[in-house]
Design a protein around this ligand. Structure first.
Ligand SMILES: *Cc1c(COP(=O)(O)O)cnc(C)c1O
Length: 570
């Protein structure tokens, strides 16, 4: 069991992420950010890229969601058992938080690829005898608690993580911060890099920011300022024990508040957004920095249903490690594509029948919409003109929804309630279901099993989006607002369909609700439904293009090769 020391023999990239989603059994993720982190790690294992990942143990997970009789989300802790899947490592490190000593330990999980590549993932844990009760809870809830709780978690992740890596003997070539939650690791590196005072001419100059910069890579995921973590300096000074002079810290992290995005950007050699558009929007928001773009991806094998795994395996044998081979999808007969899709659809409908007691009709065009519930994603946009939807879709459409709202997000929870009300009120005319507890397991059944994947965010707030890529690799075309990755993947009527006008400029408040709604209904009625019902060969052509023109490119294998050659190489 202790052969983990084999991971110490080569220099690694340390990949830090507040959430990591590897499997539904390890519920330490809330949505796309965590799933992306998990997919990144799996691809690193496939491609034998030397990586070590660091995250929090989140013993009580994000939360379990049920929907009650009134159609409201109910939450309960998602407690899991690290002992069963992970190995507790011997080293502990010591931090000072709010003036108290806090011990941190790490649990090891190994992500193993069929290529035999392996990536260690360290889950940080403060639930250790000797720590004060409140500190034992720091690594309990992902995104739980208040600002002080969040800051403590970020101290454990950034500073605790960097120290534990050193203590365990890892030799780190680059630190990759996946979003700003891990930015405090830069302060640990800054402290380490300090030159002896006698070698330099003043105090401030002893802090070697250039050395830190040369080691750090930062990926931002949020296109709005309000989405970036910020902490008042009073809170920082009360909770975080550090040696860095306050004027230097403010110079790096912002004068008013400690802004984690700014801190990371100031101390990283390479900064990127997660799609071309998102790179531009971020660049406009932070004009003083050079912001690159590497479009997100999905891990091919993880997100391909067993039906398509089987099919690709027969026609394009190396597809899972070389997803570029999907460009040859035309070598697969149409009938077999359709048959695989029908398999995935039946598998989903069986699951819906078991969990919701609702029977859907496999011959009806079925639309899917599932993701984290946040109001900017506009999950109820398709209900804007309910009468029109019913007129177009009665007997010819079915909808499947899913998604959790953050427990403190009252508007998000209201949105779920509203969707539940519409589902109930339309029961006799359009069959719709809301699948509870959307997680990786539910996603892997839901996405491949629908016919069309809907996405209706407010532009340009969908930094990338990845669920549409999961749809594409299963031959499910996207019907989406032109935002995030879809701007790059969309060819109208070829790979799928757009909704509404293209994003103009880089403003973060672009509202085209009326145009979006009109286009959504008109295209559904006049283009998409006729193609599905009257031209099956034409429909299968779009399915194949989703695979051959979207999935072959929008995956984490392509993405990681770019991180290696563009971000990690300097
Ligand atoms: C892929 C995935 C997401 C991301 O969905 P987007 O539509 O890209 O926001 C969220 N949650 C789960 C469980 C996922 O698997």
């Amino acid at each position: 069991m202790s052969d983990w020391k084999k991971f110490l023999t080569e220099q690694r990239i340390a990949y830090f992420s507040m959430e990591i989603g590897l499997t539904a059994e390890i519920p330490t993720y809330s949505g796309g950010l965590g799933v992306l982190a998990g997919d990144t790690i799996k691809t690193a294992a496939d491609l034998k890229i030397p990586l070590v990942a660091v995250t929090l143990l989140s013993r009580k997970g994000y939360f379990l969601q049920t929907i009650d009789d009134q159609g409201r989300q109910q939450e309960s802790p998602n407690t899991w058992d690290p002992e069963k899947l992970l190995e507790c490592l011997p080293a502990k490190t010591l931090l000072s938080i709010e003036g108290r000593d806090v011990k941190v330990q790490a649990w090891l999980y190994r992500v193993t690829s069929p290529s035999r590549g392996q990536v260690p993932v360290l889950f940080l844990d403060t639930d250790i005898p000797g720590n004060a009760d409140e500190d034992r809870g720091i690594t309990d809830y992902l995104y739980g608690g208040d600002q002080a709780y969040r800051l403590k978690q970020e101290i454990v992740l950034g500073i605790g993580g960097a120290r534990l890596l050193a203590q365990l003997g890892f030799s780190i070539r680059k630190y990759h911060m996946n979003e700003g939650h891990a930015s405090l690791l830069t302060l640990e590196l800054l402290t380490r890099s300090r030159r002896p005072l006698e070698d330099t001419w003043d105090e401030r100059n002893s802090w070697n920011t250039r050395e830190v910069i040369s080691k750090c890579v930062f990926t931002t995921h949020t296109p709005v300022r309000a989405g970036h973590d910020q902490f008042p300096y009073e809170l920082v000074e009360r909770i975080l024990d550090h040696e860095i002079p306050l004027d230097l810290l403010k110079g790096l992290g912002g004068q008013e508040q400690l802004n984690m995005t700014l801190l990371a950007m100031n101390l990283s050699q390479y900064v990127n957004g997660v799609a071309k558009k998102h790179g531009e929007v971020s660049q406009a928001m932070f004009p003083g920095f050079e912001i690159h773009a590497i479009t997100n991806g999905i891990h091919p094998f993880t997100w391909t249903s067993p039906y398509f795994v089987n099919l690709y395996g027969r026609y394009l044998p190396s597809w899972a490690t070389e997803p570029e081979m999907l460009v040859r999808v035309d070598s697969i007969p149409d009938a077999e594509i359709w048959e695989a899709h029908c398999g995935a659809k039946a598998y989903l409908f069986q699951y819906i029948s078991e969990t919701c007691g609702i029977e859907l009709d496999p011959d009806i065009l079925t639309i899917g919409f599932a993701r984290r519930v946040a109001t900017y994603k506009r999950g109820d946009l398709i209900f804007t003109d309910l009468e029109r939807l019913l007129r177009i879709g009665e007997g010819k459409l079915q909808l499947v929804f899913g998604g959790k709202a953050h427990p403190h997000d009252t508007p998000g929870k209201e949105l779920i309630h509203r969707i539940m009300e519409v589902i109930a009120s339309c029961r006799d005319r359009i069959r719709m279901v809301y699948l509870p507890n959307y997680n990786m397991e539910v996603a892997s059944r839901l996405i491949p099993g629908v016919d069309l994947w809907l996405n209706t965010p407010m532009r340009p707030l969908e930094a990338s989006g990845t669920s549409g890529m999961k749809a594409a690799i299963n031959g499910v075309p996207n019907f989406s607002v032109l935002d995030g990755w879809w701007i790059e993947g969309h060819i109208e009527g070829v790979t799928g369909w757009s909704i509404g006008p293209p994003s103009k400029g880089n403003s973060t408040s672009q509202n085209h609700t009326a145009e979006d709604v009109e286009d959504l209904y008109a295209k559904l009625e006049n283009t998409i439904m006729p193609l599905y019902y009257q031209d099956r060969a034409g429909w299968i052509r779009v399915m194949k293009n989703a695979i051959g023109k979207n999935a072959y490119y929008f995956n984490t294998h392509v993405m990681m090769r770019r991180y290696v050659t563009e971000a990690y190489c300097h």
